[in-house]
Ligand binder design. Structure first.
Ligand code: SAH
Length: 345
């Protein structure tokens, strides 16, 4: 397996090229990989031919390959991307009028055992490297000719995996995604979603370049959350809310709370009122997601009326939106990523 260049920052590139090479050579490679998005090192024509050849003999760009691709009737595309070790992860492109959103994975599988999520059934296989996280974005930008100069592009780390359990790689990937000299996506347009790994939240808050923080709340009480998200036995709702209160928001930032609505389980008016109470002292907004069903998931999707009644209660206290399901027909929606085909079986 040759060394992957995607995922390297300037000092790493300098080391790969050799310390005897002038610093501008590392910058040329950086520009070629992250701004021009070359797929082959021999395409870096700014480098002298012998250096290009030498680099290509020991390294490769290292972008993932598409093992499968599915297109939804709503325009959503789901990609099964193959990594160097033949394992696969999913990434999803959601095009909209005037903006695109790319949803990427942070781990192969996931160790957090949420009862309503298909990825949970895989368990954790391994963490992704920074290069494998960034590679998903570069792959989709290339495949669809998306440019950060002309297109509004949002990145959400809401695919497979728990990003806060792979924090160093997620942070390195964020620096690469956000670098104006490279890929150039503003950190305001990058969001990380966590199931609530409390001690890692403070760590994230100390990073100078970091994504916005979204938290999967999904329940209105400690007991209910413990049932639905067993991880919360370790990281309680009480501690989670304290970590949210202490989280250093930037002036333009709010905490986003995601709430999966499960029919007859956590979707009553009383649940909505409890959610308002839990979040009242935070600078928060709420995104509601009606359950995306899947094989092996023992919950049902509430009716639209119930979803809107829930929203109406929360909206009196704070901004509250209903997230439109995208790509349900190709198993691309939240909680449906499981590395398999359209049948999902
Ligand atoms: N592990 C992180 C990142 C995954 S984000 C986290 O938990 O936040 C995936 C989002 O989709 C989470 O908010 C999760 O609560 C939600 N989700 C999971 N399964 C779902 C399903 N079946 N239907 C709708 N949303 C789901």
């Amino acid at each position: 397996m040759s060394q992957a260049i995607v995922g390297l920052e300037l000092p790493d590139l300098q080391e790969t090229l050799g310390q005897d090479q002038p610093a501008f050579r590392a910058r040329q490679v950086y520009d070629a990989i992250y701004r021009q998005k070359v797929t082959d090192l021999t395409q870096i024509t700014s480098l002298p031919l012998n250096l290009r050849k030498e680099l290509a003999s020991k390294a490769a760009v290292g972008l993932p390959e598409a093992a499968a691709e599915y297109q939804s009737k709503d325009g959503t595309r789901r990609y099964l991307l193959k990594l160097q070790d033949q394992r696969t992860v999913e990434a999803v492109l959601m095009p909209e009028e005037g903006r695109d959103t790319i949803c990427i994975s942070s781990q192969v599988g996931c160790p957090v055992n949420c009862q309503f999520c298909l990825t949970a059934l895989m368990g954790l296989e391994r963490n992704l490297t920074a290069g494998e996280i960034v590679g998903q974005v570069l792959f989709i930008m290339r495949a669809h000719g998306i440019s950060t100069e002309s297109d509004r592009l949002n990145i959400v780390m809401m695919g497979m995996g728990e990003p806060l359990l792979n924090l160093p790689n997620v942070i390195k990937a964020t620096r690469l995604l956000a670098d104006p000299a490279g890929i150039g996506i503003s950190p305001r347009r990058i969001t990380l979603s966590t199931a609530g790994i409390v001690p890692k939240m403070a760590e994230l808050g100390r990073e100078p370049v970091r994504p916005k923080l979204a938290i999967s709340l999904n329940a209105s009480s400690e007991e209910q959350r413990r049932e639905l998200m067993p991880i919360t036995r370790k990281y309680s709702l009480k501690d989670l809310l304290a970590a949210c209160k202490a989280y250093p928001l930037r002036p333009w930032e709010k905490l986003t709370f995601e709430y999966v609505l499960l029919k007859g389980v956590n979707d009553s008016d009383a649940d909505a009122r409890r959610v308002v109470k839990l979040l009242a002292h935070l600078n928060a907004k709420v995104n509601l997601i009606a359950l995306n069903p899947g094989p092996g998931i023992a919950f049902e999707t509430p009716d639209d009326e119930r979803v809107h009644a829930f929203q109406a209660i929360v909206r009196r206290a704070m901004p509250c939106f209903v997230r439109k399901p995208r790509g349900r027909d190709i198993f691309a929606a939240c909680g449906q990523l499981k590395r398999e085909g359209v049948a999902g079986g």
